[in-house]
Design a protein around this ligand. Structure first.
Ligand code: DAU
Length: 251
């Protein structure tokens, strides 16, 4: 299993904070935002990682992350998204890196408290298809929202006005190698982006999407409110147990 961190986009919702830098380089308590999704992958035992970035500050990722020493890694891969054609477009750039392996994708502005290694192990037993992670929230209309019946996800709607549940689809996705065929078939949505929700719905149509509910807190950090919440949550409770995980990485 390989890992992909998506850190493209302009972060326009955080302007003027993002006028001269990339959203994922902004601080979340004591670390740059992009550290958290990378640590999420490393904590799950995933050490082959690609960072997809974009915009005018891509070189700063290299200077910041280098070859991944802060995470106990020996190498990090990078690629560049021109423009911001959507999350699925950014993920499409990982096709060559993935080389038909399965992948764990983490959005660059998603921060979690706990470890996802159980979900990763369960997905490896699943053999094919996809797995998403859900979290119950009070503001589901801000996210992709899953309509669920028992063990099944019936459909995912992107930012619905009237959410069919309180279960937000968090920005951590597990995919088999068919994800790239699905991305090639996507059409841009009304807002002109290739949507990750359309990728997930394609797996649902094939009956190959499973889900788990995430333990511990989760937040995105792409708006002023959620960036403040992310800072407070990390300061109060710590995210991802970075120090411990760093010592445990066996390469
Ligand atoms: O945070 C979880 C939510 O993330 C999901 O519930 C939604 O289904 C999903 O669409 C996404 O919604 P957002 O509107 O919050 O996504 P946003 O445009 O903020 O992008 C999230 C990250 O994805 C961003 O930090 C970097 C990456 N990205 C995004 C775009 C649009 C790229 O790498 N390239 C892009 O073109």
């Amino acid at each position: 299993m390989k890992g992909v961190v998506l850190a493209g986009g302009t972060g326009s919702r955080l302007s003027p904070l993002t006028r001269v830098t990339n959203k994922h380089l902004l601080p979340v308590y004591d670390k740059p935002m992009v550290y958290y999704p990378i640590q999420t992958l490393v904590n799950a035992g995933i050490h082959e990682i690609l960072v997809v970035t974009g915009g005018k500050n891509a070189g700063d990722f290299l200077r910041l992350l280098g070859n991944g020493r802060d995470f106990g890694l020996k190498h990090i891969n990078y690629t560049y998204q021109e423009g911001e054609g959507g999350i699925a477009e950014a993920l499409g750039l990982a096709e060559y890196f993935a080389a038909r392996d399965s992948i764990c994708v983490v959005l660059g502005d998603n921060i979690i408290e706990s470890n996802i290694h159980h979900a990763v192990e369960n997905f490896q037993r699943q053999k094919e298809g996809a797995k998403i992670l859900l979290k119950e929230v009070s503001d589901a209309h801000r996210f992709g929202v899953a309509e669920i019946r028992g063990e099944r996800v019936l459909k995912i709607e992107e930012k619905p006005k009237n959410p069919k549940s309180n279960y937000a689809v968090i920005g951590i996705y597990l995919y088999d190698c068919t994800v790239f065929d699905k991305i090639h078939r996507l059409k841009p949505s009304g807002r002109g982006e290739l949507e990750i929700t359309d990728v997930n719905n394609a797996y649902i149509e094939q009956g190959k999407l499973t889900y788990e509910v995430l333990r511990g807190w989760w937040t995105d950090a792409g708006t002023f409110e959620s960036l403040l919440r992310a800072n407070n949550l990390v300061a109060e409770t710590g995210a991802n147990k970075m120090e411990i995980a760093r010592q445990q990485v066996a390469l």
